[in-house]
Design a protein around this ligand. Structure first.
Ligand SMILES: [Zn+2]
Length: 99
């Protein structure tokens, strides 16, 4: 296991955020497998539980911050530019709220 920086060295222009449900996780660790999909990461919730990451969201350095809508909620990709900061991105059933 190793600590994952929020800024990746391979792509310094993008920032990744890690979510389970609509909660952004901190203290992200990777299982050191050759896969970098969400389920291979764990992170800490606000109340200190370590959980498996459900969604890994890529943020551009200058996101457009457009109003979050159904396209974001139902997104299947992992790049989010809208005002939710990735919180709602691909979350489907969750109600949109500002970050
Ligand atoms: Zn959004």
């Amino acid at each position: 296991m190793y600590r994952v920086s929020s800024n990746t060295r391979t792509n310094p222009m993008a920032t990744f955020r890690y979510f389970t449900g609509t909660e952004q996780l901190t203290n992200i660790w990777h299982d050191q497998s050759c896969y970098v999909t969400a389920k291979h990461f764990t992170g800490l919730t606000a109340d200190g539980r370590r959980v498996t990451v459900e969604r890994k969201i890529e943020r551009k350095p200058n996101p457009s911050m457009h109003k979050c809508d159904a396209r974001c909620l139902n997104a299947t990709g992992f790049k989010c530019e809208c005002s939710c900061g990735g919180k709602n991105h691909g979350a489907g059933a969750f109600v949109c709220e500002a970050a």
